[in-house]
Write a protein that binds this ligand. Structure first.
Ligand SMILES: C[S@@+](CC[C@H](N)C(=O)[O-])C[C@H]1O[C@@H](n2cnc3c(N)ncnc32)[C@H](O)[C@@H]1O
Length: 269
């Protein structure tokens, strides 16, 4: 029941954030990836909101996601565009691939869905191991203000004249010690005024400090870590920025991840 993106949640996501709907992120990722000629990976690819425009732009990109309902939207949207996506149903912890990638991207704050800090660090290491030397990991996190200042949600989508979808979200329970928020999301599908389906999801996120995530990336072996605010690379970060995008590179020289505990040395920038 946690971060499940089930049938109704996926339907609402696809109505609210269809393929190509950009928050400035699609253009940002396309620009950051323009020098990549090798394979790219999007973990938590979802309905293909970002993935399909990148595939259409000619990038060699593959994706995985834990939700088959989300992947079904990505598959059918690809099909209507005559695209051949490379997709698999896997969780972050299950993820394995024999491919090593030029870049791994995670837009939309999906990294924050990993709420156990050890699991998040393990995932960064796994991404490191799936990058070519010199390859880059680019991921977004939301400003923690956005997580904490939400007072609850009530939204609706008129799907057709007879059908209505609603989403009611509780105000988040905040765990300041573990830096997590938990909201109860209730999705409802109404037809001709009668409730035909309902779904509940415990939506759990972790927030990261900018410095904290920079250090975690360096601990995982990355260097050249840079952060942009609201998709404006090279501009100073501001308190108003809603999204922070991290870009980190696997060094050209090292072969595989070596724990800092084993070396006793800092990775440096
Ligand atoms: C916010 S959506 C992002 C979708 C897409 N990347 C985008 O930018 O619109 C988060 C996605 O993470 C997936 N997800 C949640 N937990 C996951 C896990 N443990 N492993 C893999 N994917 C997961 C969900 O199924 C959902 O499709």
């Amino acid at each position: 029941m946690e971060n499940r993106y089930g049938k109704l949640a996926s339907r609402v996501y696809h109505l609210d954030k269809p393929v190509g709907r950009s928050f400035g992120d699609i253009e940002f990722y396309q620009d950051r990836l323009k020098c990549c000629s090798g394979p790219i990976l999007e973990p938590a690819v979802g309905n293909g909101r970002v993935y399909i425009p990148l595939l259409e732009a000619g990038f060699h990109i593959e994706g995985f996601d834990a939700s088959d309902d989300m992947l079904d939207y990505c598959r059918s949207e690809s099909e209507t565009r005559n695209l051949s996506p490379t997709l698999s149903c896997q969780t972050f912890s299950e993820f394995r691939s024999t491919t090593v990638f030029d870049a791994i991207i995670m837009p939309a704050g999906s990294f924050q869905l990993v709420t156990q800090v050890d699991a998040a660090r393990e995932l960064l290491r796994k991404f490191y191991d799936h990058l070519v030397p010199g390859g880059r990991l680019i991921l977004d996190i939301d400003n923690m203000k956005g997580l904490m200042e939400t007072s609850g949600t009530m939204r609706r989508w008129q799907h057709s004249e007879r059908e209505l979808l609603t989403l009611t979200g509780s105000p988040p329970e905040i765990d300041y010690v573990h830096q997590t928020s938990l909201s109860i999301l209730r999705y409802e599908h109404w037809k001709d005024g009668a409730l035909v389906a309902t779904e509940i999801d415990l939506f759990h996120l972790r927030w990261w400090g900018i410095n904290e995530l920079t250090l975690a990336l360096k601990d995982a072996g990355f260097h050249n870590v840079s952060v942009s605010g609201d998709y404006r690379p090279g501009k100073p970060l501001t308190n108003e920025d809603l999204v922070f995008s991290f870009e980190a590179q696997r060094p050209l020289q090292t072969s595989s991840y070596v724990s800092p505990d084993q070396t006793g040395s800092d990775v440096g920038n």
